[in-house]
Write a protein that binds this ligand. Structure first.
Ligand code: PLP
Length: 430
């Protein structure tokens, strides 16, 4: 496969952009590749690079592309909006429409604030939780990722795990001290911590973690987390930036029937354009400026283009519930067939999945914890990445991320993925 143009662009990029990429998860070092492929365009389930190679896209922009790239109706909505101007520094009617639409899907959200990214939404949620409770510390879980604000970059997942620095430099000791990290899934540790530490403002959690690879959370664990926190003056924050509108219209909370106090959203609510949002109980959200004194703002928060794309995307999902059936079924079928291949070739691989998200881990046993994920075989993952790429499929360039199945992935795409998997297992089995 010829990727000379990507290579040339990367040589240039390195000179003007750190590492040649604007987000570390786009780099290919962790899968033993010298340079990433540079994407020229996307259409439906496919991406095309600067050398005109075509790939079945399993990254889906890390989540937003539930309808694939440039879904015609979303594109039309954006084009209509573009004609009217792109940012005004004043409110628009459509922001209200999007807030109402989100509320109609997430009953736990009484009020919603839009941001430009999931990072900002998570950062502001923590701030408002501190103001609401009058307490300082936060609890997060190792391997969960909530964007790149200082207090949430402690023992974080995603790119931090990929590049083996779970904490970022440049964060003060004071900030780190106020973030307590606990192993995901270990309820006893949470219980002990809540008994001994009384200055906890919030517990923030990815209900289905997707940033240490996908972890299949047990519902009972989340129920117990909800219950114990209800008894204290602590805000429970569900980070549904990935899972919101992905695993169901109402996210994980709808499927499990577990209601957080605040929810963080992003990705799909902007239909592929920059966005984030956080919302929840009125009494918490009304502490935000200009009603209360918790400051949160943004020049491009709720910008008309993202809002138009978000309204169109969510409306399509809401009016066509068969979309969820389609993507969930497609994923389940794919995972079943991958499992058959794993058996056939007797390779140390295992798949976790939930809805239309899945991760293939190279390990003998089921992956249930961050430690399990870290112990999976990185070399085999690199062979997998490489083989898939050679066969025209782009999968996450890290063993710690999820694959995303979209509505427009065709049967042919699924067959292609399975062929790539089979070729990978043939190599590994040798
Ligand atoms: N929360 C979760 C669960 C995420 O996966 C991400 C990004 O991948 C974020 C928050 C941060 O969102 P953004 O990249 O839009 O800042």
């Amino acid at each position: 496969m010829n990727t000379d143009n990507s290579k040339k662009i990367y040589e240039k990029a390195k000179k003007s952009i750190p590492g040649g990429v604007n987000s570390p998860v786009r780099a290919f070092q962790s899968v033993d590749k010298e340079y990433p492929i540079f994407i020229k365009r996307g259409s439906g389930s496919k991406l095309y690079d600067e050398d005109e190679n075509e790939y079945v896209d399993m990254i889906g922009s890390w989540g937003p592309m539930i309808l694939g790239h440039n879904y015609p109706k979303v594109l039309e909505a954006v084009k209509r909006e573009l004609e009217k101007g792109t940012s005004f520094g004043l409110p628009t009617k459509k922001e209200v429409e999007l807030a109402e639409l989100v509320k109609s899907c997430f009953p736990s959200i009484e009020k919603l604030r839009l941001t430009t990214s999931g990072t900002e939404a998570a950062m502001a949620s923590v701030r408002v939780a501190r103001a609401f409770t009058g307490k300082n510390k936060i609890i997060k879980f190792e391997g969960c990722y909530h964007g790149h604000s200082d207090s949430l970059l402690v023992k974080a997942g995603s790119g931090l795990l990929t590049f083996e620095h779970q904490d970022s430099n440049g964060i003060t000791e004071g900030v780190v001290k106020d973030t307590i990290t606990l192993p995901f899934g270990d309820f006893e540790k949470l219980k002990e911590t809540l008994e001994s530490e009384k200055d906890i403002a919030c517990v923030i959690i990815e209900p289905i973690p997707a940033n240490m690879g996908l972890i299949e959370t047990e519902m009972e664990y989340l129920e117990k987390v909800r219950e114990i926190i209800r008894k204290e003056n602590i805000v429970l924050i569900f980070d549904e930036v990935i899972s919101g509108f992905r695993v169901s219209l109402g996210g994980v909370q709808k499927i499990f029937g577990i209601i957080p106090d605040l929810t963080i959203l992003g990705k799909i609510i902007g239909g592929g354009y920059p966005v984030g949002g956080f919302g929840g109980k009125k009494e918490i959200m009304d502490l935000i400026s200009p009603v209360g004194n918790v400051y949160h703002a943004g020049t491009l928060s709720g910008n008309p283009i993202s809002v138009a794309a978000g309204i169109e995307t969510i409306s399509i999902l809401k009016e066509n519930p068969e979309i969820y059936e389609n993507i969930n079924k497609k994923t389940e079928n794919l995972v079943n067939k991958i499992n058959e291949l794993i058996k056939k070739y007797n390779v140390p691989a295992t798949v976790n999945y939930f809805g239309s998200l899945f991760t293939i881990f190279f390990a003998k046993e089921k992956v249930k914890t961050l430690e399990d994920a870290m112990n999976t075989d990185s070399e085999f993952y690199s062979i997998y990445f490489d083989t898939m790429l050679e066969n025209g499929i782009i999968v996450p360039p890290s063993k710690y991320e999820a694959h995303f199945v979209s509505y427009v992935h065709s049967d042919e795409d699924m067959e292609k993925i399975l062929t790539g998997m089979e070729k990978t297992f043939e190599k590994i089995a040798k």
